[in-house]
Write a protein that binds this ligand. Structure first.
Ligand code: SF4
Ligand code: SF4
Length: 455
């Protein structure tokens, strides 16, 4: 539903809520840019693609409403709790960026706004504790890996099933229940070596990000990625000292922290002689492609960050550019491909993964209804907002299940966990895989069962 009154006049203030007292919302350190705000012509085309507007139908929870709130902020109005709530509930899915005919850079606007909010808005003790715990854990692969043992025991002993069935956790601590439902089934996979040579003539040298959640909970996706790259003629460099890319931090307004992670990753990879830096997680890829902006004000790193950014490629993007050399064996499978928001909306990568999948003999690709709508994962959004995230997850899972596909393929660990949890709650059965795993199975002639029985 589009509110037509916005096309011509003042925004409906009563819909956006009152603005209370306090100092000006934003300081001079990169406030949302007035000229970017002015690009919004209030047409409302973005509204039906915005998950929070679809859920709640409130103007202030739409891209147009949030841009209006930013405009109030840059015009000196204070940063109220209600304003912050509307910024916080944005999933950062960037569906509105794709939908906008005026080219409004909402991605830049919300990132700058969030950095201001994190610096200037006092969080409640509960919010502080939750965010503190998340950011002391998620961006640290080693800490995440320490969780694998206890988590495996929790799953293997049947305790997880018991707690889930009791519904107790959901009633007492919905956030913990969300984390519990998202935990993937863990399998042991050896860590990849530091350098894996190309099979056959070398076509490129690529540095590879192993990621935080990806390396701790989806190590088989990383192994498949390395094998596929090597089979396609790439030397793959995987320094074990690499850390987080900073995506979670930058998407949640923790700019200084994200900059620290970015500098360290550049230090780790820039002397390796790589032609490309390849990423198999959509959320990480989108922020790596913005290192030049993130470090633009840092004289020691600005040009290095720009050079690094120029080398970043999503896995499907790179494989598509290189073109296949490894033989694809048949996979008799019906696959539903889910566009991860940070791949489709933030990086514009839609055709490349589909084309890679279609090139596999025997594989049938099905499209999912409402592809532009986020599954509700959105980094840590599902942990901070468990109830609406579950609603979005349920919509996505229903659309996925109605394709009749036996395998869901996507390129982001968060989406895999979110959709798997939602499908399970609906009693649906669908196997899950990353694009890399499907290509790996086709190249190694593993047959469809290897994918259907993997998780
Ligand atoms: S980024 Fe997503 S949730 Fe946020 S305003 Fe845009 S469409 Fe809505
Ligand atoms: S963000 Fe773009 S699509 Fe949305 S109201 Fe503004 S101009 Fe229209």
């Amino acid at each position: 539903m589009v509110d037509a009154t916005w096309g011509t006049g003042e925004p409906p203030r009563d819909v956006l809520g009152p603005v209370a007292g306090g100092g000006p919302a934003f300081d001079d350190d990169h406030p949302p840019a007035k000229e970017l705000i002015a690009d919004c012509v209030h047409c409302g085309f973005c509204l039906p693609t915005c998950p929070t507007y679809v859920l709640w139908g409130a103007e202030a929870d739409s891209p147009r409403g949030r841009i209006h709130l930013m405009n109030q902020g840059v015009n000196g109005e204070p940063l109220t709790d209600s304003m912050v709530e509307h910024y916080d509930t944005c999933l950062g899915c960037m569906s509105c960026v794709t939908a906008c005919p005026s080219g409004v850079k909402y991605d830049r606007l919300i990132e700058d706004t969030r950095a201001q909010v994190e610096r200037r808005h006092p969080r409640t003790p509960k919010e502080k504790a939750l965010r503190g715990a998340i950011f002391a854990l998620f961006p640290y692969p080693r800490r995440l890996r320490l969780l694998r043992g206890p988590l495996r025991a929790y799953q293997a002993t049947g305790l997880q099933r018991l707690i889930t069935r009791s519904g107790l956790l959901e009633r007492l601590a919905p956030t913990l229940a969300t984390l519990d439902s998202l935990a993937p089934r863990l399998r042991t996979v050896p860590r990849p070596p530091q350098r894996v040579p190309a099979r056959g003539p070398r076509r490129a040298v690529v540095g590879m990000l192993t990621g935080c959640v990806q390396s701790a909970f989806f190590p088989d996706v990383n192994s498949a990625t390395v094998r596929v790259l090597a089979a396609e003629g790439c030397d793959v460099l995987i320094p074990p000292s690499q850390g987080c890319c900073g995506a979670l931090s930058v998407h949640n307004g923790r700019k200084a922290e994200a900059q620290r992670f970015a500098r360290k990753l550049i230090d780790t990879f820039e002397q390796t002689g790589m032609d490309y830096f390849v990423v198999n997680a959509a959320g990480c890829g989108s922020s790596l492609k913005e290192y030049d902006t993130l470090l633009a004000d840092d004289p020691a790193y600005a040009s290095r960050a720009a050079a690094f950014t120029a080398k970043v490629r999503d896995l499907a993007e790179l494989l598509h550019t290189l073109g296949p050399v490894a033989e694809r064996h048949p996979l008799d499978l019906t696959v539903a491909y889910h566009d991860a928001c940070h791949l489709a909306h933030a990086q514009g990568i839609r055709t490349q993964p589909r084309s890679l999948l279609r090139d596999i003999p025997g594989l049938t690709l099905r499209e999912i209804a409402d592809p532009e709508l986020c599954c509700g994962s959105a980094g840590i959004w599902n942990v901070l907002n468990p109830e609406p995230a579950a609603e979005l997850g349920a919509r996505k899972a229903a659309n996925v299940l109605s394709t009749g596909a036996s395998l869901l393929v996507t390129a982001n660990p968060g989406c895999l966990m979110q959709i798997a949890a939602a499908a399970q709650r609906q009693g649906g059965r669908i196997a899950l895989a990353h694009t890399a795993q499907v290509l790996d199975a086709a190249i190694r002639n593993l047959g469809p069962e290897a994918l259907l029985n993997a998780r």
